[in-house]
Design a protein around this ligand. Structure first.
Ligand code: ZN
Ligand code: ZN
Length: 171
């Protein structure tokens, strides 16, 4: 008797799928990226996504080879500067900027891509993201920078606050 051919699909369905939605998937990764932050004030993560694939990641921290605020303290912290002001006094690079830089470093075009980030980008990052060709921003928490939203809206970038963390999104 010849062996029966092996069926190409299982005769009974598998268990109920518990896969996260794409938004949950990217947001959870963004939060993981933020954990690498070396900022003493806020851990921010950003990833750049196109066609459901991650092109680049970034978190906030000092440039490569330079001491981090975590190690030597942060001047903005020391001077008690309010959130969203005097970014130049911190040696750290913002997560969104690091994500753009990482793409440039490896020669990856992010034109037409989406940015997932833990916080709404500041106005400096917003300007860079506009010119890098980012078309959509999905963020978790707001940021004290009204100019940023105005710039993004004027440039036609779609900005969405994610409801990741709500039970319904955790499929
Ligand atoms: Zn700092
Ligand atoms: Zn920024």
């Amino acid at each position: 008797m010849p062996d029966k051919p092996i069926p190409i699909s299982a005769p009974t369905p598998g268990p109920e799928p518990s896969r996260p939605s794409w938004e949950s998937y990217f947001m959870e990764i963004t939060q993981l990226v933020a954990k690498r932050s070396t900022c003493t004030r806020r851990s921010v993560g950003a990833i750049i996504v196109k066609d459901k694939r991650i092109l680049s990641t970034g978190y906030n921290g000092a440039p490569s080879g330079v001491s981090h605020c975590l190690d030597i303290g942060c001047l903005r912290e020391h001077l008690n500067i309010a959130s969203g002001e005097r970014h130049e006094l911190c040696r750290g690079i913002h997560a969104e900027q690091n994500a753009i830089i990482q793409a440039a470093l490896h020669g990856v075009s992010i034109k037409g891509a989406a940015l997932f980030c833990t916080n709404l980008p500041c106005s400096i990052c917003a300007k860079m993201l506009i010119n890098a060709g980012i078309k959509k921003i999905v963020y978790l928490s707001g940021y004290a920078d009204r100019m940023s939203l105005d710039l993004l809206e004027e440039a036609g970038v779609s900005v969405v606050q994610s409801d990741f963390g709500n039970e319904e999104d955790r499929v």
